[in-house]
Design a binder for this molecule. Structure first.
Ligand SMILES: [Zn+2]
Length: 300
């Protein structure tokens, strides 16, 4: 166990500490010395919400599933856990304040539990009483390829490489979307309720991670969305797009789809085999059959 910082406020009385015990893989966000046991002794030197305290230790609030407080239950370490009957659940607004220890000496123990996969975006949870109406995402600029891959298997995913943090947070709040990002600081924003701080570095690994974390199930709706802009593709008569087709496409293909938002045309062209191989690879990685269901639709 390590102390997060000095506990004695200069010139003032000794403040009761809060003992924070992190459970699950959120421990990975803590300082190296705190990761093994997930225990942080936190000196309460000012009034602060538990959200701010947790995030000051490196854990985005979006990664937390439950917070439980035990007054006077700090003891000297995690082994002093007084048991579940003494804990009470609190939300992110719970305030820690100097001098709040029951007898001025005892510590408050706070158990912080990380979100476990699969996270159901459409079900209420203790810290997220208002679920999302559907599985929809907004991807930050640092996970653009992941956004394309999610569109490829049919999930509604907003992505604008020029969007700033404030834009991503606003879209998440207004359109009720889960945020996907590799930027921890973005997830400190209170407007963001549902999110995944993406761990994998490579885009395909990120897709596997997101599919597993949110429990996305095959077959989805592959090839139903525009890879460029997220629009929902609609069938279009060949005659309507004839002048935009290359000679061989004109000769060998008769079924076309068009993005109503950006106008891009899709058909089952030469990339078909690559796309099927992509879905087979995803199936192997996730143990789910991504080639099941309706026949593959249009392809770029
Ligand atoms: Zn489009």
């Amino acid at each position: 166990m390590r102390r997060a910082r000095k506990t004695d406020a200069p010139g003032g009385p000794v403040s009761p500490d809060a003992l924070l015990v992190f459970h699950g893989d959120v421990r990975d966000f803590l300082a190296p010395g705190n990761r093994a046991d997930g225990v942080v002794v936190y000196p309460v030197t000012r009034r602060a919400s538990i959200k701010d305290v947790i995030e000051s230790l490196g854990v985005p609030h979006t990664e937390v599933d439950a917070i439980e407080v035990t007054d006077g239950g700090g003891g000297s370490g995690p082994e002093s856990d007084p048991g579940p009957e003494t804990r009470r659940a609190v939300d992110f607004s719970y305030l820690l304040a100097p001098g709040d220890g029951p007898d001025g000496q005892a510590r408050t123990r706070i158990d912080v539990r990380g979100v476990c996969a699969p996270m159901d975006l459409c079900a209420p949870a203790p810290l997220r009483p208002v679920p999302l109406p559907r599985e929809a995402f907004v991807a930050d600029a640092n996970v653009g390829r992941l956004a394309t891959y999610l569109r490829l298997i049919g999930w509604d995913t907003r992505y604008d490489p020029a969007a700033r943090d404030a834009d991503v947070a606003r879209i998440a709040r207004e359109q009720r979307r889960a945020v996907l990002t590799m930027d921890r600081a973005l997830l400190h924003r209170s407007a963001i309720t549902h999110a995944r701080l993406v761990r994998a570095q490579d885009p395909f690994g990120q897709l596997v991670e997101v599919v597993r974390f949110f429990g996305l199930r095959a077959p989805g709706a592959p090839f139903s969305r525009c890879l460029r802009c997220n629009g929902v593709l609609a069938p279009v008569d060949k005659a309507e797009v004839l002048e935009r087709l290359l000679p061989l496409t004109k000769k060998y293909f008769d079924e076309f789809h068009r993005c109503p938002d950006c106008g891009r045309i899709y058909w089952q062209g030469s990339h078909h085999g690559h796309m099927r191989a992509f879905l087979e690879r995803l199936a192997r990685a996730t143990g789910d059959d991504w080639l099941r269901g309706p026949p593959a639709g249009p392809l770029p």
